[in-house]
Design a protein around this ligand. Structure first.
Ligand SMILES: NC(=O)c1ccc[n+]([C@@H]2O[C@H](COP(=O)([O-])OP(=O)(O)OC[C@H]3O[C@@H](n4cnc5c(N)ncnc54)[C@H](OP(=O)(O)O)[C@@H]3O)[C@@H](O)[C@H]2O)c1
Length: 337
């Protein structure tokens, strides 16, 4: 089969190769990949910034994939040939508490991912693709959507009427706007672009802030919320942005620490944290059981992922270049019809 392989840092070290089609084990599925979607993680891996100590051997990149089951191991019970399925980034985290070796077993680095004609998935870490989604749409769920779902629903116990602050219009944040508003929350969204802010209003954001024109986002959030602040912040910016997020928070609100777009190190102001009695929750995507719950909700609420651009398998490097520039929602690579 044809596959792309990461052989070192930098886009020039993503090479197309020919390898044997992998053999599924007794409890595994052989999947013909139809589509994969890119995440900021895929860029950070190429740049050598994402857990470089784990990425020592060549591997097939991209964890997020959807396709069709074309072969099953001898003990597989839950899936059959012809089923439409979607991968999970952390196949060892099925439910409950995470495991110390979840990152070691992550798909798309260091374990082989989906940027290939075929991939092998563990039966108990695979989800049935929601019937209302195409393979391209479903390929966007495993990291970006599940990260939001795990933050707001699993940890945050979000309720209708809660307020949520969402930063920017990348893959995670666009899902945050869609999921939070579908669950009845009021969403305040930020962006550097007024054009993108007009689009997020159509996705359910009730209030918008251009963070270039209005750099003091926290002050504006407090103005919008009559001084109360928001119940949830999905913190994707990283660096010292967490201090602004605490300022924008309601008493006993939740901050989900998700991203590091502007830096991996924060200098935290402790007094505002104490005064707000804020809860700060680190997030590492989510588990398989929550993913299954989320796919049911996507079908029930008819949430359609927002795809910026679809690239062909041969144009995978162009898709990566687009990821470096930033996108509105998700970038997808179509692998097969
Ligand atoms: N912890 C986890 O499990 C987990 C899971 C998924 C992602 N992440 C992390 O979360 C971050 C976002 O991921 P992603 O895939 O959504 O990235 P992405 O699609 O590349 O998002 C980029 C967008 O972020 C926005 N942005 C950049 N700087 C900003 C700022 N100062 N204030 C507000 N928004 C800003 C921009 O929006 P505008 O163009 O609208 O300004 C930009 O388009 C990354 O660091 C990623 O690694 C972590």
């Amino acid at each position: 089969m044809k596959a792309w392989q990461i052989q070192g840092n930098g886009l020039e070290n993503i090479k197309q190769i020919e390898v044997a089609i992998p053999e599924p084990g007794p409890r595994q599925l052989l999947v013909k990949v139809k589509a994969v979607s890119l995440n900021y993680r895929d860029k950070a891996i190429v740049d050598g910034e994402y857990m470089p100590e784990l990425m020592t051997e060549p591997f097939i990149p991209v964890s997020d994939a959807s396709g069709e089951v074309v072969g099953v191991g001898s003990e597989v019970k839950k899936f059959k040939v012809g089923d439409r399925v979607t991968s999970t980034m952390l196949p060892t985290w099925i439910d409950g508490t995470p495991n110390p070796d979840d990152a070691v077993n992550a798909l798309g680095g260091p374990k082989n991912g989906g940027l290939a004609e075929y991939m092998v998935l563990d039966e108990n870490a695979t989800v049935m693709t929601p019937p209302n989604l195409t393979d391209e749409e479903a390929s966007t769920l495993p990291i970006a959507a599940l990260t939001v779902w795990f933050s707001l629903v699993e940890y945050g116990k979000i309720k209708a009427g809660d307020t949520v602050l969402v930063q920017g219009t990348g893959g995670v944040s666009v899902f945050a706007i869609q999921i939070a508003s579908a669950l009845g929350a009021k969403v305040i969204a930020t962006s550097s672009s007024n054009e993108k802010l007009a689009k997020v209003k159509q996705l359910g954001a009730t209030e918008v802030i251009n963070y270039i024109e209005t750099p003091n986002v926290a002050e504006e959030v407090l103005r919008i919320t009559d001084g109360i602040g928001v119940n949830h912040v999905l913190e994707v910016v990283g660096g010292d942005s967490i201090n602004n997020s605490i300022e924008a928070l309601a008493l006993q609100g939740n901050i989900y620490v998700i991203g590091f777009l502007k830096g991996l190190v924060s200098k935290l102001n402790l007094f505002p944290l104490l005064a707000k009695q804020a809860r700060i929750q680190g997030i590492y995507v989510g588990n398989h059981r929550a993913f299954e719950d989320m796919t049911k909700a996507f079908a029930q609420l008819d949430i359609k992922p927002i795809i910026d651009t679809v690239y062909s398998f041969e144009d995978a490097i162009e898709a990566y270049k687009h990821l470096y520039k930033g996108a509105f929602g998700k970038i997808v690579i179509k692998v097969a019809e």
